[in-house]
Design a protein around this ligand. Structure first.
Ligand code: COA
Length: 374
């Protein structure tokens, strides 16, 4: 039997060393040695992004300088605005994010010696919300938004520019926590893609875009959008129970459940579920939450499979009035901090990532001239 079967999807394969994050059994979820619960309860996203990228928690001054730099990057050039105006209205927002980052990389590229790598990450973190929401309001509300705002965090700025009004404090808090929870997760598919790209000595934009491309699919980041659509299928908890049992009978994958690394629970779930419950303040949202809990119960009773971060993130985003197609783009904004940290780490001790495969194709065939092929 070939090795490939045993290591399908590289499950259980240690593919390198990293000092950024621990995940799963033994260590629990830590960013740079700090427990995820301490970070979610006490920090803001910008603090965590700084921690991931620079390796240490910022001092008050370092944090306020970092936040100022991020806010200063919210503005978009006229060239970038024109490009965003020309991306079709029916494009998926993930494609908008990918295209906009690529355009920014043409307009303000990284230096060839990577000497401005930290500035490029600040640029991307600062501009992602503006790029997405400029495109959105231009096409859906015929409005060219400006990027001035009193909000001094990415969470507050995103919500204010999305809804065009000052966000509620509880929404900013939930968004902040969500961005922290999504920020980093070791050698997941998108981070590994970003590191592979970095290992070829490619530029920061290309590396981040590799991450975006891998994040888009429903087995990874796209699961939060898919989870929302799943919960929305059902009118009430009873209907959900029957529907999920049916799906399991058909061997369907239930989006927002299961994890490659965790076996009994995703530690991030308890945090985001609490926020989702707190935000389910209307009858409609309460019902949505009850349906979600029923799906959780059926999945555990039937399969011993638990909700991952994406499942209740979908509810909390919905309760904050965020369009479903923006769920995975929000993941990009957050995970750029983790991707950036990994790209910098890869560059600091680089070796081209280039594994091998076991060949299972046909051997030693004689070439067939064109006229003899049928
Ligand atoms: N719904 C139903 N069954 C699931 C499942 C889910 N969400 N996740 C895992 N399983 C089952 C599989 O069907 C398989 O059962 P089998 O052995 O009887 O065939 C078993 O559990 C192992 O699943 P597998 O997909 O091989 O594990 P993996 O480690 O490759 O997958 C995920 C991990 C995350 C890709 C997988 O759990 C999944 O597809 N989840 C849904 C998408 C999602 O939420 N992604 C976000 C992850 S954070």
């Amino acid at each position: 039997m070939s090795n490939t079967k045993k290591t399908g999807g590289l499950a259980g394969v240690v593919a390198g060393e990293s000092a950024i994050c621990t995940v799963g059994t033994g260590h629990g979820l830590n960013y740079r040695g700090y427990d995820i619960y301490d970070l979610a309860n006490n920090a803001i996203f910008e603090e965590v992004a700084y921690l991931l990228i620079f390796g240490e928690l910022p001092t008050q001054k370092e944090l306020s300088d970092y936040k100022k730099k991020l806010s200063n990057e919210r503005d978009l050039s006229d060239t970038l605005k024109t490009i965003l105006e020309n991306i079709p209205k029916n494009a998926h927002p993930m494609d908008v994010m990918r295209t906009a980052s690529s355009a920014l990389g043409c307009i303000e590229p990284e230096n060839e010696d990577f000497s401005n790598q930290n500035e490029i990450l600040i640029k991307l973190l600062g501009k992602f919300s503006s790029m997405l929401l400029y495109w959105y309001h231009f096409h859906f509300h015929n409005e060219k938004i400006n990027t001035s705002s009193e909000q001094d965090t990415i969470a507050g700025f995103f919500l204010e520019k999305l809804h065009n009004k000052p966000p509620k404090k509880e929404h900013i808090d939930c968004m902040n926590v969500s961005l922290i929870l999504y920020a980093e997760h070791e050698f997941n598919a998108s981070t590994f893609s970003a590191r592979i790209s970095a290992s070829t000595l490619s530029d920061m934009y290309s590396n981040i875009i590799s991450g975006i491309c891998a994040l888009r699919g429903p087995l990874h980041g796209g699961a939060n959008e898919a989870a929302f659509r799943l919960v929305s299928l059902y009118k009430n908890a009873d209907e959900a129970r029957v529907g999920i049992l049916d799906k399991l009978k058909n061997k369907d994958k239930i989006m927002g459940f299961g994890h490659r690394v965790y076996t009994t629970k995703d530690p991030r779930n308890v945090v985001i579920k609490k926020y989702a419950k707190e935000l389910s303040t209307t009858k409609e949202f309460e019902n949505f939450f009850q349906i979600s809990e029923m799906i959780e119960k059926v999945m555990w009773d039937e399969k011993k499979i638990f909700p991952n971060l994406d499942f209740y993130s979908a509810s909390s985003y919905h309760f904050m009035g965020i369009p479903t197609d923006f769920f995975t783009p929000l993941f990009i904004i957050s995970r750029t901090a983790g991707w950036g940290a990994h790209i910098i780490e890869q560059r600091a001790n680089n070796k081209l990532i280039r594994p091998s495969s076991t060949y299972i194709g046909v051997d030693n065939r004689e070439f067939i001239p064109m006229e003899k092929r049928i």
